[in-house]
Design a binder for this molecule. Structure first.
Ligand code: MEV
Length: 321
């Protein structure tokens, strides 16, 4: 029996633009997905995922990549299917997944479970995979299912830390950050990332002369944010968060719920605030001075936001036992 876990993520700067070749900055967070795997003597893959109501869901090896699986099982089965195909392995498996966080908050449960699964299989079958190999196979798995995505979430789950990232892992570089006291407010609304990414694709085709420069500005802001993170300059990071949110408003991905939480935090004199991720719901992030943290959290809660305590910059995928 092998147990592996991988962290969730939060996008700090550069969402959407990263899908179009610009860099982004993502942090891993201390809410993890874990996977337990053991071999079986037959040809069945049996999955239990209590957090999403899946109990002993069986599939035959040959159907791993073919069937229309339930949403909750898709990433696990596709990861196993891709791993078996790549390394020419066939074996029955018992798999159990467990999550520290709800799949609704936008912390990247799909990529974290995919990365955990690939790492666990490499251990179980004695295949020597580097982090890069794990990233590549996990990113392929996510694309096989979602069709779109930059892979930033897969990188956070694999490598951990706070990363400067470019699409498909063209650049994956750890940023040296001492401390990032991030406050996270959940809107209570689930965002539909692939739909929003497709909407922005269409908008970019319709208005290339508008969306192109917005993404160019996003790149410049990411470079400034990288420097501010290295210098521990929270004031600048806050201002860049506001700038970043303005750009995301320009492409139209914010929502009433997000705006409510973001303005509550700004009115409580946070250093800055923005949506995090695809938009349309999920979470907003904000920074506040140490003596103002509680006021900012309270202000977000007063308008209906749910504070999710997070630690940023945590370890990537790891073997638990
Ligand atoms: C979603 O959390 C972030 C996006 O940039 C999509 C992606 O990078 O895959 C919108």
């Amino acid at each position: 029996m092998i147990k592996v876990s991988a962290p969730g993520k939060l996008m700090l700067f550069g969402e959407h633009a990263v899908v179009h070749g610009k860099p982004c900055i993502v942090t891993s967070v201390n809410h993890r997905m874990s996977v337990e795997v053991e071999k079986r003597d037959d040809n069945k893959i049996v999955l239990t995922a209590p957090d999403v109501g899946v109990e002993n869901h069986e599939v035959m090896i040959n159907d791993l990549k073919n069937e229309q699986h339930r949403k909750e099982c898709k990433f696990v089965f596709m990861a196993v299917g891709n791993f078996f195909e790549k390394y020419n392995i066939k074996s029955g498996l018992n798999i159990k997944t467990k999550s520290d966080f709800s799949s609704k908050v936008g912390f990247g449960s799909s990529s974290a479970v995919t990365v955990s699964m690939i790492k666990a299989l490499s251990e179980l079958f004695g295949i020597n995979m580097t982090d890069r190999n794990i990233f590549d196979l996990s990113y392929k798995t996510v694309l096989d299912i979602q069709g779109v995505g930059s892979g930033f979430d897969v990188a956070a789950a694999t490598y951990g830390g706070i990363l400067f990232f470019k699409k498909a892992g063209e650049v994956i570089r750890k940023i040296n950050v001492k401390d990032l006291p991030l406050i996270v407010g959940y809107t209570g609304v689930k965002a539909d990332t692939p739909t929003l990414v497709r909407e922005i694709n269409e908008k970019k085709m319709k208005y290339p002369e508008l969306i192109g420069p917005v993404f160019d500005l996003s790149e410049k802001k990411v470079i400034l944010a990288n420097r501010a993170l290295e210098e521990g300059n929270l004031e600048t990071l806050g201002e860049l968060m506001n700038f970043s949110h303005g750009l995301l408003n320009a492409v139209g991905v914010s929502s009433g719920e997000l705006e409510k939480l973001i303005f509550a935090s700004r009115n409580a004199e946070s250093l800055g605030a923005k949506l995090s991720g695809a938009g349309g719901g999920d979470c907003m992030i904000t920074l506040a001075k140490s003596d103002n943290q509680e006021d900012v959290k309270r202000a977000i809660e007063e308008v209906g936001g749910i504070i999710i305590p997070v630690k940023t910059n945590v370890e990537g995928v790891r073997i638990e036992s």
